[in-house]
Structures are given as structure tokens and as C-alpha cells.
Design a protein around this ligand. Structure first.
Ligand code: ATP
Ligand code: MG
Length: 759
């Protein structure tokens, strides 16, 4: 048996062995908080504490699994398996199943996901004859969720002036009533949503003292990781459970609180001090995860926030390399740069794929990296999110593309015939499917058969079917004349998908719109590149490419040795040898909506701190000077967060940051109309102003004048960056240049399309 106490410093060891009474461990990233919790549990078990008497709450299932395994290696997997260890939701769902009868729920209650909840809200809004445009299911749901996490019941909600005034101001005065009905409906269906799991546990413990007592007695020891991100509902459950034995140990870092948008309350740490006046405070100061440079860089970031709990964090590891900042010409080049770097570093430093993580602010950013990684044949996995092309909204739009190209594609047809909703129901589909089966024809052929009237489908529905057929036919008719991008954009809007997504104002809804925009950006990129390369660039060609991409299996199984792609939020608590934080640009990170208040900006900065502190040996930050947004090449500036890092710990090319491109902590000034000093004078900038254009000027490279282009010349391309002309061949108007780009590799470009500038 391994002597686990050996692998701890003095402060950590005290926190592990002093198991009785309330303990608070507040310490910076990488200082061993999770390790302390893990070993503390192992220690208890070694001392003979029964595993089922220990309750340990983690933030993710993955963390729980890893801790269990670690503990198992000390005390045996069988014993570790009997611990009450898991996420809040999983643990309290388990308790609720045991105790459901007290609340009148069946023990087999359903757990609703967000989509189920939204559908239910939609139907309630309809039934109440409220304005469906005003009451967006996503917005209503997040109001209900916030109330639940504050333990505000519908009755209390109705009397709560702050909440009701807020709802009135946002044109949804009836939320309190929707909330009441929603609760009733869930109850009738024997269903709980995620927030209910916590709310109902609170109700259970409040209304059934015997039940509470049973669990208070059972759990001699209560432990919580990532305590800074607990909400009020969670806080109260923990408090009640620990009331009897008071053996509670919570670990956290206020500097890593990144979920306040979901109701997490940093005050829970401060409350701890009041709730358990005799608590022991353990301070862990040594970071074991990261090099000195990374720890120092991270410290300098978080020092820019006001109101942190004072902490000292140092590393005794190697000084290591400085935090590198990479500039890319475009998001596409950013993908190339990072994947090239991974490729080379893996060779040079004998790393494995799993030693690399690419972290981004928003899920939609994964696309360019996925594509670059695939092109270089590097295995990767997307964690905590579906692969880009597996996401529902992407699959919906792709289904329209498939149907446009091949109307006989039955799965695609079934997927979108009633999405967005056009009143074609299941009964109709059953009749159509039966007719198709009987006549051995495709569904599409049944749809376009003039005898459709004989299938017993009423006239109203027939009309709806006919207009769907007309819609697809209209797309099909444009297949030849429009480029992939033109047709894709037309389909996204004419199908009604964009409109449907715009109706949803929740955070997830916005994410879906971003994803569609990202797909359209990709198609634009594809179209332009193909045109430059003199290759066919129609929708059918794009779809062929995508079909090959999605064919690859990259997310099944427990992919052990792969590059990890994830959002920073889901990287909390994890660590990697090499970390790439990408898209560190104003408007993206920090996100535009976070720059309007100091409070939100500080949360974004904590997120940046979380990102940097995931790295053990190398931290790389990248930003792209331009990226496609809403189908337009948009100029971007490096994030103020780069400017927050003390220069002494940065490896940055000063030439990348001349003039007003220099990242500054409070950089807010919109770009002026003059061209950026970093651009060579020969590149003509053409800023077109439009709406938000003042803040984010659109960038357009002039089409090239090909006269005088010769082999050996250095050129610059708006997406591929700098390269050298290898050869020129062909006759006007089909002259092609072969260019070897520094980062994007060799390409053959049709000069009439290629946006090349001679340097
Ligand atoms: P975060 O705030 O990011 O959640 P943390 O405080 O929970 O970080 P851990 O993940 O527990 O930190 O530890 C960071 C790394 O340092 C882990 O790889 C852990 O195994 C290692 N580590 C912690 N303490 C020691 C120690 N005393 N000796 C050797 N390695 C240690
Ligand atoms: Mg941790």
C-alpha cells in the first residue's frame, strides 16, 4: 500500500489528517486542493471510517471518477466504490429516488433535460394564451431556474417585488404563474428538472425532519470540491447535512469562481466563516502543477481584479518558458499555427497527444481547430460538447442541404419536414411512410405524387406538404447557379431555421445561432478557397467534404491519447502539459456582453486565470487579427487580458503589437478609420461602416493586381498568411500561382480570385 502521506507538504498533510470539525481550504490553482480532499477521504477510510458514511461532492462526474480511482489505489477499489461521491445532481437524485414517496413522486421519476423543459413552457404559454413572442421558453426557463436555485417557490415568487418588477420590465409579467403551472405539470408527469433535484432535496429536508436526521446521522463526513461555484440551494443542503457532526471540509478558490451567471454565490465562502465560527483555515501556497513563469503570469492576471481573498501562490518547479503569445492573420491561420505547434512539439519534446489541450471561450470556436487537426491527421476529442457537426442545429441545416441535393434522402426528410414546425404531424408522417413502404418508393416521391389526396390526408395538411415540396424544389433549382455559400445562406434563412433560433433568447439559444454562423463562415471559407484553387465550389462539393469529416469516429470510447478541445468552463480542475488558449480577442474573450460592467469583466478575468492555470509546462495564448463573423471577415484586436499579464513572464513579439493594436488592460477605443500600423502599406484596408462596424470594422483585402508576380516573391494572403511564390503557370484568365505559405503549407491559387499581395 502506498504511503499517501508522503506525497504531501506540511500544510496539505494537516488538512488531510485533521479530519474532525469544520475545515476551509482556500487556495490558488494547482496548490493541491483536490489532492487534499482525495487523500483526506483515503485517510478516513484507512482509519476505519465506513465508505458509506462519507459524502463527497464534486463539480463534474469526471472529477468524481478520478478521485474514486485514486482513493481506490490506496484503500482498494471495492471500498472506494461504496463512497457517496459524485456531483450534486447525481447524489441528490439518488437520495430523492429513495425518499420520493414523501414528496408524492414515483421513485422512477423522469429527469427533464432543458429541451423537455422548454417544450413544456411553450405549451403552458400557449394554453395561458400569452404572447408567445414575448415569452421565450429559454428566457422563462432561466427565470424559473434562478428562482429555484434561490429556493423561491411560485407562491413566494408572486409576492417578491424585485422578481415581479424585473419580469414586468422584460415584458413577461406572468412568469410567476407560468412557474406555478410548470411545477404542477412536472409533478403530474412525475418529472423533475435539474434544478428540482436540488430544490426538492431542500424541501425534503425542510418538511421531513426524520429524513434529514437519517442522512445527518449517516454522513459523518461531508466534503465539497470547487466550493466557490456552489449556489444557494446547494449551500443549504450541505449546511443541513453537516449540522449534526460538523465534520465538513470545503475546498475552493474565490479566484476561480466562474459560474455566477448560473447563480453560484461567492458569499458561500464568507458564510462558512459565520456558520462554523470554530473552523480551521488551511492555506496552501505552493503550486505543484505549473512552472514558475506560468504561476507568476497567472498571479499577475488575477491581481488586476479587486476584492480577491489575499493569497500567496508560488511554484518551486522549474522556471520554465514564458507564456507565449501568437498572432494569426485569421481564425483559419490560428488553426494552422496551433496544430503545427502541437505537431512539432510532440516530436521535439516527446509528448503524447493527451498532453495537449486547446481551450476556447465559446463552443463555436472548435470548428477551425477540428478542421486543422483533421487535415494534419492529429487525433482529438471534444470534451463536454458534441463535435461541431454533431450538434442538433448543424445537423438540421445539413439535413436541408442533403435534401436539396438528394430529395430521396429519407432520414434528412424526416428530420426537417416539420422543423421548423409547419404543422405536419405524426399521423400524416405515418400515412406517408405507409404509402412509401407499400409502393416501394421514397417518401419524396410519395410527396410529389399527384395522387397524394387519396392517402386520407386533409386538404389543409396537403397544402402544408405542397409548400414544403415547393421550398425544397426552389433550393434545388438554385444548385447550379449559386455558390455553396450563397445557397447555404439562402437555405438557412428561407428554411426558417434562423428565424426559429432567433426566437430563443437564452444563452444556449445564442450559442446555436453562433454555431450556424460558424458553419456558414466555414462554407464561405470553403467557397473562396475552392474558387481560388480553381476547384468546383458548389453546395454538393461542400457536402462531400463534410460527409467525409463526420464519417470519422472521434468521440466514441474513452479516447485516452488525443488532443483535448474544450471550453474553459469545462476545463476547471483539470491540467495539461501544454495548453493553448485561443481567440484571446476583444469581443470574444472578454465577450462583448461582459465588458459593460466591472463585475462581469472580473468574472471573465477569473475565467482567463482558470485557463492559464491549467498549464503545467507551456501556456500559449493566441489571437487572430481577423475572423469570419456573420459571413464577413471582421477585424479583431488582441484582448486586454494579454495586457494584464506582467511583461516579465510573456514571450511576445513586440512587432505584433504596435500602435493601437497593443493590448491594454482597459483598451476600449474603437479602431479608427486609418489602416493598422502593423499592416504593410501595400495592403489596402477597406473599412465599410455598418451598424456595429464602428466597434469592429470589417476588413476587406483588395483583389490582387497580378501583374508583376514572379516566382521567388514574398506574398501575403488574407487567410493563409505570408508565403513565397514557387511558380506561376497557365494563361490568362486562368493563371495559377503555387505558393508555399509559412504556416498553411503549399497551395495552388487561381490569381483571378486569389487575394494575394506582394510584400
Ligand atoms: P485547481 O484549483 O485547478 O482545482 P487544485 O488546487 O485542486 O487545483 P490539484 O489538482 O489537487 O490542485 O493539484 C495540482 C497538481 O499538483 C496535481 O497534479 C497534483 O497531483 C499535484 N500535487 C499537489 N500537491 C502535491 C505534492 N505535495 N507533491 C506532488 N504533487 C502534488
Ligand atoms: Mg481542484
Amino acid at each position: 500500500m502506498q504511503d499517501y502521506l508522503e506525497g504531501l507538504n506540511d500544510a496539505q498533510r494537516s488538512a488531510v489528517v485533521e479530519t474532525d470539525g469544520p475545515s476551509l481550504v482556500i487556495a490558488g490553482a494547482g496548490s493541491g486542493k483536490t489532492r487534499v480532499l482525495t487523500f483526506r477521504i483515503a485517510h478516513l477510510l484507512q482509519q476505519g471510517v465506513k465508505p458509506y458514511r462519507v459524502l463527497a461532492l464534486t463539480f463534474t462526474n469526471k472529477a468524481a471518477r478520478e478521485m474514486k480511482e485514486r482513493i481506490g489505489s490506496v484503500v482498494g477499489q471495492g471500498i472506494a466504490g461504496s463512497l457517496w461521491m459524485g456531483t450534486f445532481h447525481s447524489i441528490f437524485a439518488r437520495i430523492l429516488r429513495f425518499e420520493s414517496k414523501h414528496l408524492g413522486y414515483p421513485s422512477s421519476f423522469t429527469i427533464y433535460d432543458t429541451q423537455d423543459s422548454k417544450n413544456l413552457i411553450k405549451s403552458i404559454v400557449k394554453r395561458m394564451k400569452l404572447n408567445e413572442k414575448a415569452y421565450k421558453p429559454g428566457s422563462v426557463l432561466s427565470r424559473i431556474s434562478a428562482a429555484k436555485n434561490d429556493l423561491v417557490t411560485p407562491v413566494v415568487y408572486a409576492r417578491d417585488v424585485n422578481r415581479t418588477a424585473h419580469d414586468k420590465a422584460s415584458q413577461m409579467p406572468m412568469i410567476y404563474e407560468i412557474y406555478a403551472q410548470y411545477m404542477k405539470e412536472c409533478y403530474k408527469s412525475g418529472a423533475m428538472d435539474f434544478d428540482d433535484l436540488l430544490l426538492n432535496t431542500n424541501i425534503l429536508f425542510r418538511d421531513f425532519p426524520d429524513v434529514l436526521k437519517k442522512y445527518q446521522d449517516q454522513f459523518d463526513y461531508v466534503m465539497v470540491d470547487e466550493y466557490q461555484d456552489t449556489n444557494y440551494s446547494q449551500y443549504l443542503i450541505i449546511k443541513k447535512l453537516a449540522e449534526k457532526h460538523q465534520n465538513i471540509c470545503v475546498v475552493g478558490d474565490d479566484a476561480q469562481s466562474i459560474y455566477s451567471f448560473r447563480g453560484a454565490k461567492i458569499e458561500n465562502i464568507l458564510n462558512f466563516r459565520n456558520d462554523y465560527p470554530g473552523y480551521k483555515l488551511f492555506k496552501l501556497e505552493q503550486n505543484y502543477r505549473s512552472s514558475q513563469n506560468i504561476v507568476n503570469a497567472a498571479n499577475s492576471i488575477i491581481a488586476k481584479n479587486k476584492g480577491q481573498i489575499q493569497k500567496n501562490v508560488f511554484s518551486a518547479n522549474d522556471e520554465g518558458s514564458r507564456v507565449r503569445v501568437l498572432k494569426a492573420y485569421s481564425d483559419v491561420e490560428e488553426g494552422f499555427l496551433i496544430t503545427n505547434d502541437i505537431f512539432e512539439r510532440r516530436m521535439k519534446e516527446h509528448c503524447e497527444y493527451k498532453d495537449f489541450a486547446i481551450l476556447y471561450r465559446t463552443n463555436a470556436q472548435s470548428r477551425v481547430f477540428e478542421e486543422a487537426l483533421r487535415k494534419k491527421n492529429l487525433p482529438y476529442k471534444i470534451y463536454g460538447g458534441l463535435s461541431f457537426y454533431q450538434r442538433k442545429e448543424i445537423k438540421d441545416l445539413l439535413a436541408y442541404f442533403r435534401l436539396t441535393i438528394n430529395p430521396a434522402d429519407q432520414e434528412a426528410l424526416k428530420r426537417v419536414i416539420n422543423y421548423p414546425a409547419r404543422g405536419i404531424g405524426k399521423t400524416t408522417m405515418d400515412k406517408l411512410t405507409a404509402a412509401a413502404d407499400n409502393s416501394d418508393q421514397s417518401l419524396w416521391n410519395v410527396l410529389i405524387n399527384p395522387n397524394i389526396a387519396q392517402l386520407g390526408i386533409n386538404a389543409g395538411t396537403q397544402k402544408k406538404l405542397a409548400s414544403f415540396v415547393a421550398l425544397i424544389a426552389q433550393f434545388k433549382a438554385q444548385l447550379e447557379n449559386l455558390s455553396a455559400y450563397e445557397l447555404a445562406a439562402e437555405i438557412a434563412s428561407a428554411s426558417g431555421i434562423m428565424k426559429d433560433l432567433h426566437n430563443d433568447k437564452s444563452i444556449e439559444g445564442q450559442g446555436r445561432i453562433d454555431n450556424i454562423d460558424e458553419l456558414l463562415n466555414g462554407i464561405k471559407e470553403f467557397t473562396e478557397t475552392r474558387q481560388e484553387e480553381g476547384e468546383p465550389a458548389q453546395l454538393v462539393n461542400f457536402l462531400e467534404d463534410v460527409a467525409l469529416l463526420t464519417d470519422q469516429d472521434n468521440e466514441k470510447g474513452d479516447d485516452i491519447n488525443k488532443v483535448t478541445l474544450m471550453t474553459i468552463h469545462s476545463a476547471k480542475g483539470l491540467e495539461f502539459k501544454n495548453v493553448y488558449i485561443v481567440g484571446v480577442e476583444e469581443g470574444l474573450f472578454p465577450a462583448t456582453q461582459s465588458t459593460d460592467s466591472e463585475k462581469n469583466l472580473e468574472e471573465e478575468r477569473r475565467l482567463f486565470y482558470v485557463a492559464v492555470t491549467r498549464a503545467e509546462t507551456n501556456a500559449t495564448i493566441s489571437f487572430a487579427r481577423s475572423r469570419y463573423k456573420y459571413g464577413e471577415l471582421t477585424y479583431s484586436r488582441p484582448s486586454r487580458f494579454i495586457g494584464d499579464i506582467d511583461q516579465a513572464f510573456l514571450d511576445i513579439n513586440p512587432e505584433d503589437f504596435v500602435g493601437n493594436e497593443r493590448p491594454q488592460p482597459s483598451f476600449r477605443k474603437p479602431m479608427g478609420a486609418q489602416s493598422s500600423p502593423t499592416l504593410k502599406p501595400r495592403i489596402r484596408m477597406n473599412y465599410r461602416s455598418s451598424g456595429a462596424g464602428a466597434e469592429k470594422p470589417k476588413l476587406k483585402f483588395q483583389s490582387s493586381n497580378t501583374n508583376g508576380l514572379q516566382a521567388g516573391m514574398k506574398v501575403e494572403h488574407e487567410r493563409f498568411g505570408v508565403g513565397e511564390v514557387i511558380s506561376i503557370e497557365g494563361v490568362d484568365p486562368n493563371v495559377k500561382a503555387t505558393v508555399r505559405f509559412v504556416n498553411a503549407g503549399q497551395k495552388q491559387l487561381l490569381l483571378k480570385f486569389a487575394k494575394l499581395k506582394i510584400l
